[in-house]
Design a protein around this ligand. Sequence first.
Ligand code: TRP
Ligand code: SF4
Length: 327
Amino acid sequence: MPTRVLSGTRPTGKLHLGNLLGAIENYKKLQGVDSFFMIADWHALTTEYESRTTIAEQVMEVVIDYLACGLDPDQCTIFVQSEVPAHAEMALLLSMITPLGWLERNPTYKDQLRELEGRELHTHGFLGYPVLQAADILLYKARKVPVGEDQLPHLELTREIARRFSHLYKTDIFPEPQAILTQTPRIPGIDGRKMSKSYDNCIYLADSEEETKKKVLSMITDPARKRREDKGHPEVCPVFLYHQIFNSSQTETVAHECRNALRGCVECKLEMVGKMNEFLSPIRKRREEWNRKRTEVRKILDRGKKRAQEVADQTLLEAMKAVGLRS
Ligand code: TRP
Ligand code: SF4
């Protein structure tokens, strides 16, 4: 049997380079008959419930980003979380056995409360975020979960919940899922901090060539390099990190010239963004094509929903039997 793969993305806006390099690259590598990629719209609602944006519209943007990145709907199942009701039911079931302390101690929860200051996030739904995520993963009995580094605590909680379920009900219906990280799990944004929507420092897959260039030119570099004559320290410069990703054949030259003040930062950025744009150009092209075929995108989601439902409903029934809700 092939290894079951599942992952998901919160539709809180368009995807950026951090999403692509941190996780979606691995979706692409792992896609195959038994892979499921979900748009986690319930998860988006946990933090966006006050904002009055239409999450459904953002769902479409993420699906189009998925397709543009190279997910092939004939090879994998792409679906929307809220269209498969078993996710909500399974989350409720798992919430019965999840101790509050596990959720309150979750480091991602504490980070996010701090990061998203200004929103009222002391809600049942937000605290229960990892329970919903555990439901997503366990419903598909997924063994591999390609995610960004920030999701590791959630995967650990999923395993703990699975173990507790197995222990309480003496069953082995849930295998333990494993996180799959990419080579570059942490991508800096244009300000050098982690690339994140909430920091407004992202390069989006939907940005044009010009926008991308403008953003790169505004990037911070080695803060100790005030003048062109100053020698630089590539190891602390986010532009250099991008060189390593998009211009890897030239990294030694770039590092050498930076250290010896043989290249200016503007020139260095222009060389890098040329390569970055080369990498992004086919993605942008496919994005525009799919954007014009939205009826077809909707059909892909309808097919995905059906396939996801078959697996999820089956597992939900097993779990309901295990806890005694069905005989
Ligand atoms: N919490 C994940 C994120 O913010 C999104 C997500 C929801 C997810 N359900 C999932 C990821 C299940 C992997 C598996 O990126
Ligand atoms: Fe960064 Fe390039 Fe400037 Fe060196 S020359 S500090 S690597 S932008």
